[in-house]
Design a protein. Sequence first.
Length: 433
Amino acid sequence: MSSLIIDSKIEIEKWLINFISSSSEYFDNYDDLVEDIITNVKENGDEALINLTYKFDNVKLEKATLFFSDEEIRSSSKKILAKEKEALKLAASRIKKYHIKQLPKNKFWKDKEGVNLGFRWTPINSIGIYVPGGLASYPSSVLMNAIPAKVAGVSSITMVTPTPLGKINPLVLYAAKIAGVDKIVKIGGAQAIAALAYGTESIDAVDKIVGPGNSFVAAAKRKVFGQVGIDSVAGPSEVLIIADSDQNPSWIAADLLAQAEHDEKAKSILITDNITFAQAVELEVWKLLSNLKDNTVASKSWNENGKILVVNQLKDSINLANTIAAEHLQICIKEPELLLDKIVNAGAIFLGENTPEVFGDYILGSNHVLPTCRAARFSSPLSTIDFMKRTSISKIPLSALKDLGYAAKILATSETLDAHAFSASLRISEKNG
């Protein structure tokens, strides 16, 4: 039997322990190097960005060429096929409609004591979006980050994306245009995160930074958190597929490789209750790998992190799925809803054989920015609400002041906070004396 297939309960438990450990230890430590870059940008502004961009991306920039011009964006869009534009427009439309449904509502009420209470939602003023650069960058990520922000009402969106050797995927610029991005800066890496967080002579500081990046970008986001908000620090992509033996092995194999090709550290996992089906899927994976134009990343990912777990019954997959807490979960069984309500830890769930995770990456409308490294136990996909703030609002009438003020004074005194108690006492004595 292949080493990628495990059909022993004891071995599955061992694998699960290792999976949990490796998930918590993913992030590399580049803190010292990143700290130096951030300090450089804080102290030297645009000059640091220009020098670091030349050092890391071999691109000579000047203050006048830090941003993509309207003419550069228009010229770039001419390189895009009409069918590519239409596909991006369809994706943008569906993403917008989905995220409009997430808009929260303000709420106000009066309690039995007559106190007016409530909360109000307002958009974050400005955000920065990090988009990995080069020809292998992802326009879909631009849509997934920018459109919810526009729906929320964010007034200023700045996008940063590196242009190694001066190259940029024209689809990225087009996606930014249709998503409503205001400014696009030709910088990347930790220096781009620093510029968004602290600002430079040319780049305005933002209030929150979102978007994926490499280990340097992740380390920089951790460093600047507090100065600005961040979405999350993303780890490698993950897919967990629960499938019965009625599925097409080739389809399941393709879904596993769709994640494996993202990153050498990506994790593609299948749980099934049929050893013959498990073997058929693995065979199809190897066949498909041989047909990929470039299988370097996918092959290494599958060899090092791919796994097929064979359980006695599919219901045994429930606890495994909740422990794994995968970024993406596909339930490919005859009645996927039977497992749906029992699985509570997953970033996004795709039901049935006709709903592969790949559709979620592009066209379903739900967000593909999802919690990784088991963070689905406590966090959610990127949403409209991530670009908004909730503020609580209250107003106490005179009739409620005495009772509430007295209780507040007692609690403040118990915490030895004399000024707190005095503030409450003044209201009681002067209004209800």
